[in-house]
Design a protein around this ligand. Structure first.
Ligand SMILES: NC(=O)c1ccc[n+]([C@@H]2O[C@H](COP(=O)([O-])OP(=O)(O)OC[C@H]3O[C@@H](n4cnc5c(N)ncnc54)[C@H](OP(=O)(O)O)[C@@H]3O)[C@@H](O)[C@H]2O)c1
Length: 306
């Protein structure tokens, strides 16, 4: 009898982490679609043995502790989700951001190789400057505009060539702190919202990304992969669509320009950083559902969990 595949997950308490733990245990994460299995395979009860670590369990910037933890657990796969994700604060907290996103990612990749584990790291569309004018593919040149994006790019470069790097964008989970919860709260309280309509990207629902990461843990493809839900969008489009699902009229959401934001955000964001997932689909896996489907599922389960 084959033993379960042992998976160590960092950032297990984050918005992607909680959904990845559910998905690896064979349950549909909140906001998930039970039918979305990118490789058409259900998770068997005994397929994975999962250890999820939060920051409380292990601060990944403590290098020796991290190496010790990996050597003790001896995982087959590490899914590395822990990250410094406060994009604006990173502009004034550069060292702390790099310590997590670059140095700790390097330590974890090295530690994974030390025990022959496959390493899967998550990166971002913010490695791009947004000037391409079309969806970004994996081989496109990077040129981050902010500290967070630069630190994540440094993390990518610190990985080994046979590691898996998953670039994703605009992530939203039912149990995460994200813009869609703010939009949902304002829509149900009768308030209105203003959102930028001059930044284009691809939204990613944590539950769908989690299913992809299960497939990655099975297939262990090396190199960079772009993963996001289907269709490009703007934050204004997301707000307007969410408002319509919650019964609000067209005047719920007002489009604004980035230059209208007050105070101006500390970090510059790319104007257009949508990710092409063609490589993933060409490799024979199912495309992630349309972003509108993700918005509807998140609002459905958000209501039932609050
Ligand atoms: N959210 C997005 O829009 C987005 C977009 C593109 C890529 N990504 C990437 O996707 C991955 C998952 O992001 P997410 O949305 O799940 O972020 P998240 O909700 O902020 O979760 C990140 C987790 O990392 C933990 N962490 C931070 N510093 C740590 C440390 N020194 N040691 C151990 N754990 C630490 C955090 O713990 P605390 O809560 O205690 O700080 C948090 O639980 C990250 O690599 C992120 O960069 C996210």
């Amino acid at each position: 009898m084959t033993r379960p595949v042992r998976i160590l997950v960092t950032g297990a308490g984050g918005q992607v982490g909680v959904d990845v733990l559910d998905a690896l245990r064979g349950t549909t994460p909140l906001g998930g679609d039970a039918l979305f299995q990118p490789d058409q395979k259900l998770v068997r009860e005994d397929e994975f043995e999962v250890l999820g670590l939060t920051r409380h369990d292990l601060d990944i910037t403590e290098r020796d502790h991290t190496i010790h933890a990996v050597r003790s657990v001896r995982p087959d796969v590490i899914i590395h989700l822990a990250a410094y994700t406060q994009v604006d604060r990173a502009e004034v907290d550069r060292d702390a951001c790099y310590a997590v996103n670059a140095s700790a990612t390097e330590s974890l990749s090295l530690a994974a190789h030390d025990v022959d584990a496959h390493f899967i790291a998550i990166s971002t569309d913010y490695v791009f400057d947004g000037t391409k004018g079309a969806a970004y593919i994996e081989d496109d040149e990077t040129n981050p505009l902010n500290v967070y994006g630069a630190s994540k790019r440094a993390g990518e470069l610190a990985c080994a060539s046979d590691d898996t790097i998953v670039r994703t964008s605009w992530v939203m989970g039912v149990r995460g702190k994200n813009v869609l919860h703010v939009i949902g709260d304002r829509a149900t309280s009768g308030a209105t919202v203003r959102f930028v309509n001059d930044q284009t990207g691809t939204a990613t629902f944590a539950s769908d990304l989690a299913r992809v990461l299960v497939t990655m843990a099975r297939q262990r493809p090396s190199g960079i992969w772009h993963i996001a839900n289907s269709g490009t969008t703007t934050w204004f489009d997301i707000a307007a669509y969410a408002g319509s699902l919650l019964g609000r009229s067209d005047d719920f959401a007002t489009p604004i320009a980035t230059s209208d934001l007050s105070p101006a955000p500390l970090a510059t964001r790319p104007v257009r950083s949508d990710l092409s997932t063609e490589k993933w689909v060409d490799a024979g896996f199912d495309a992630l559902p349309d972003w509108r489907d993700g918005v509807a599922r998140l609002l459905r389960d958000r209501v039932s969990t609050r």
